[in-house]
Design a protein around this ligand. Structure first.
Ligand SMILES: O=C(O)CCC(=O)C(=O)O
Ligand SMILES: [Mn+2]
Length: 207
């Protein structure tokens, strides 16, 4: 682990290939129960290039009408989200040491063209809780800015098995995914490879 900036903890290769495959199996079960959907931006209504789903008590959803928010049910099927796999709760406890469990795990699925614009995660009431991000599959170029949009940003690759925690003074730092890189340290395990090339799991405490 290295604290690459105040409150930004980077765990390169935290999950070995067997752990990545086991997690991919769990996430494939989540996707089977809660199909991937396309969210739209709140201002423009433009579709996001990333497809998503969630597990846990709450899920992050967005549409033009009602904007970014958390909901207890899938926006298309109307079903409650699948439970968060215990392994994710363990990782949350190990890596964040936060006394309360995460309520939402957003599953972002990228194809080669997908990206995510620079943004803050601020749809949660509990901004004291860290954010935990886990990556599987293709490498991406991750961008990390400051707490104001115009602040200088750094960019670095995230690879399969990497974890990143944004906590404390870094909780509201802008971040995004510039692009999927042609380098692949480990392809998505077969359980998920039909859906895209990279999967990111973002665990958050909401309330
Ligand atoms: O895919 C990533 O690495 C970042 C995802 C993210 O920032 C988000 O879902 O809010
Ligand atoms: Mn984010």
């Amino acid at each position: 682990m290295s604290e690459i900036a105040l409150g930004v903890f980077y765990y390169a290769g935290l999950l070995d290939p067997a752990a990545q495959a086991a997690l991919a199996d769990e996430i494939a079960r989540v996707v089977a129960a809660a199909p991937l959907y396309v969210s739209t931006m709140k201002k423009t209504g433009a579709p996001m290039s990333v497809r998503m789903t969630n597990c846990g008590a709450l899920g992050w959803v967005s549409d033009k009408e009602r904007g970014y928010r958390y909901e207890a049910r899938h926006p298309v099927t109307g079903e409650p989200w699948p439970a968060m796999p215990p392994r994710l709760l363990e990782l949350w406890n190990e890596l964040t040491r936060y006394p309360r469990p995460p309520e939402a795990c957003l599953v972002n699925v990228y194809d080669e063209q997908a990206r995510m614009g620079l943004h803050q995660d601020r749809d949660e009431e509990d901004l004291a809780a860290p954010i935990l991000s886990l990556s599987l599959g293709a490498d991406c170029r991750f961008r990390l800015g400051g707490t104001r949009r115009g602040d200088r940003a750094v960019a670095f690759p995230l690879s399969s098995g990497d974890a990143l925690v944004l906590s404390g003074p870094a909780r509201l730092r802008y971040h995004g995914v510039d692009r999927i890189l042609p380098t692949v340290n480990a392809p998505l395990p077969p359980a998920l490879s039909a859906f895209g090339v990279r999967v990111n799991l973002t665990l958050r405490r909401v309330a």
